[in-house]
Design a protein around this ligand. Structure first.
Ligand code: PLP
Length: 351
């Protein structure tokens, strides 16, 4: 058996020759001196794309999210987000550790909630309670199976936040996938990106997931917000020097990788359709983008399945005692996905 297909994460992609070439020829300077023109241009491009004034490049999506929270909240405040959110589950308790804030968790549908859910959790302005000072949502939601938000739901959350003078943050690590899926698996228009971006006060986007860059996330917002974010980035140790080599890779990804994301979605659906037919798979979360999460019947654990799948050449991730995550990405081709589907049908999941 010579299948080797790694579905553990879309962060596994390696830079292509075209991307390495873009990195090699990037003009650079010291970014702490604001002299890295490749980075200045790229930040401006990201801000404009999402209909905002300014942007700031950071080494990770954890840093962009944590900086956003740090700017929006004061110690003792509370952040409202879904219980599945990355900012709560996978950032090392950073909301408390970096910003001294607490979290109010919502129980949404695959990580998606409604304004009514938020409204019910906003504390009264009374000194007994923590001050509710930020709402954050994740599109697509990773733990929710790459779930895509309805634009109308985000719009009503925006209106509610306006009425309650609450800022709204987007963890848009995979907003690329969400936007492409919402557009019907075609490229969204320039206007679509701006309309979406303007629904939020701050936006974190990642280039190191489906877009395939080796490093890089960008935080987007108003000039005033980004000026404050700049200070937090420095304090968090994220001031960097000749990062034009990195932002050139991200810029290349935006030009060359965004147009192919719909292929990942098609392949993820193909895998989901195979899985749901297997005798020991009890459920597959709706496959909306590049993530497939499925649940195995009692009698076989996710950890046991991951072990045998690895022997079959399929690498994936236990996402709970009975849940497994598979993520489709650029470094998996159609032949590998076809072979994976065949191997899954012959695997322990069907016996
Ligand atoms: C990957 C990811 C991040 C950021 O992760 P880093 O590894 O720190 O870049 C943030 N939010 C979501 C939903 C993610 O999937």
């Amino acid at each position: 058996m010579d299948l080797k297909a790694d579905f553990r994460s879309d962060t596994l992609t390696r830079p292509t020759l075209g991307m390495l070439d873009a990195m090699h020829s990037a003009k650079t300077g010291d970014d702490v001196f604001a002299e890295d023109l490749t980075t200045e241009d790229f930040q401006q491009r990201c801000a404009q794309m999402f209909g905002h004034e300014a942007a700031l490049f950071c080494p990770s999506g954890t840093m962009t999210n944590q900086i956003a929270i740090n700017v929006h909240v004061q110690p003792g405040d509370e952040v409202v987000c879904d219980r599945m959110s990355h900012i709560y589950n996978y950032e090392g308790g950073g909301i408390a550790r970096n910003s001294g804030a607490s979290v109010r968790l919502l129980r949404g549908d695959h990580g998606r909630f409604k304004w009514e859910d938020v409204a019910a959790e906003i504390n009264p302005s009374d000194s007994h309670y923590a001050r509710t000072s930020l709402v954050s949502l994740e599109d697509t939601c990773n733990r929710g199976g790459g779930s895509v938000w309805k634009l109308s739901d985000i719009q009503s959350i925006r209106e509610g936040c306006d009425a309650s003078t609450l800022p709204l943050h987007l963890d848009g690590a995979r907003c690329w996938n969400a936007m492409v899926a919402r557009a019907g698996d075609v490229l969204p228009s320039a206007e679509d990106w701006q309309t979406y971006g303007r629904l939020f006060d701050s936006i974190s986007v990642c280039f190191s997931k489906g877009l395939g860059a080796p490093v890089g996330s960008v935080l987007i917002g108003s000039k005033d917000f980004i000026a404050k974010a700049h200070r937090s980035r420095k304090v968090f140790g994220g001031g960097m020097r000749q990062i034009g080599v990195l932002t050139a890779a991200c810029n290349y990804a935006l030009n060359n990788e965004l147009p192919r994301l719909h292929e990942d979605h098609k392949r993820a659906k193909q895998i989901g359709n195979v899985l749901i037919e297997l005798s020991r798979v009890v459920a597959v979360d709706p496959v909306e983008t590049n993530i497939v999460i499925f649940e195995i019947a009692d009698g076989l654990t996710a950890a046991e399945f991951v072990k045998t799948a690895t022997q079959d050449g399929i690498l994936c991730f236990a996402f709970g005692p009975q849940r497994v995550r598979m993520v489709v990405h650029r470094d998996l081709n159609q032949a590998q996905v076809d072979a994976t589907c065949e191997a899954l049908s012959r695997s322990v999941l069907n016996h």
